[in-house]
Design a binder for this molecule. Structure first.
Ligand code: HEC
Ligand code: HEC
Ligand code: HEC
Ligand code: HEC
Length: 127
């Protein structure tokens, strides 16, 4: 009997912990992108379900995230910088795409190629 209670308690604790973890994870999940770098916005925030892409659709992180080394190799890992605006500025700098183009090229480029996901302004930037 005593042993059963301990097991029950441990199970309840583990479940509570997983629940909190799950809630924290869900809260962290990105659903909208609205970059502060665009000071006078022309469009509403863009819809972007991160976990739908990374988890459910199983797209490789490196399809979207990158840090290129000198040899042009993508050496990004999940401890690396993930903010696109760290490198892609609102105004173009050298041959690095400006921020809006970097997003549009990445998002629309893949949706076109895969023939999946939205392609019109209003679908990505709904009012
Ligand atoms: C379809 C494109 C795409 C894929 C696939 C993707 N990401 Fe992201 N990720 C983004 C974008 C866009 C942002 C937001 C960047 C920004 O705001 O500048 C982001 C943000 C992040 C962030 C920081 C934001 C936060 O607060 O959570 C982390 C960490 C991250 N991604 C990890 C990953 C990992 C790990 C994978 C692979 C399992 C992955 N991403 C797959 C596009 C993607
Ligand atoms: C650490 C800096 C850095 C970060 C962070 C970064 N980029 Fe880039 N990105 C670059 C550089 C540098 C290039 C140019 C590579 C070249 O032309 O050789 C590039 C190129 C691109 C290109 C052109 C195609 C390609 O892959 O080469 C797209 C699209 C792009 N970035 C989108 C994004 C998006 C979207 C994010 C955020 C999820 C992001 N970048 C984050 C530095 C960065
Ligand atoms: C490497 C490929 C790839 C990239 C990059 C990508 N997407 Fe997608 N996107 C997909 C695919 C595949 C789907 C369809 C997923 C599904 O319905 O299972 C999708 C679906 C979507 C949807 C519809 C979600 C829904 O609820 O049906 C939105 C919105 C979206 N993408 C926004 C974005 C934005 C914004 C970006 C850039 C930050 C982006 N995507 C980058 C492949 C990509
Ligand atoms: C596949 C999704 C997608 C499509 C389609 C798309 N955008 Fe975007 N757009 C984004 C993302 C992601 C950003 C960067 C996040 C943000 O808005 O802060 C962005 C940023 C912008 C910005 C810079 C921020 C601002 O509001 O000033 C403008 C302007 C813009 N888009 C206009 C358009 C127009 C016009 C179209 C149609 C021709 C369009 N977009 C289609 C995803 C998309």
């Amino acid at each position: 009997m005593k042993k059963n209670k301990t097991v029950l308690f441990v199970t309840a604790t583990v479940l509570a912990f997983l629940f909190i973890l799950g809630a924290a994870y869900a809260q962290d999940d990105i659903t909208l992108l609205k970059h502060d770098a665009f000071i006078e916005r022309e469009r509403p925030a863009a819809v972007f379900p991160h976990s739908l892409h990374a988890d459910e659709a199983g797209i490789d992180c490196l399809e979207c995230h990158h840090i290129y080394d000198e040899a042009g190799e993508n050496i990004w890992d999940d401890s690396s910088e993930s903010e696109c605006a760290e490198c892609h500025k609102v105004e173009a700098e050298g041959k690095v795409l400006p921020l809006m183009k970097a997003f549009h090229a990445n998002c629309k480029g893949c949706h076109e190629k895969e023939n999946k996901g939205p392609l019109t302004c209003g679908e990505c930037h709904p009012k």
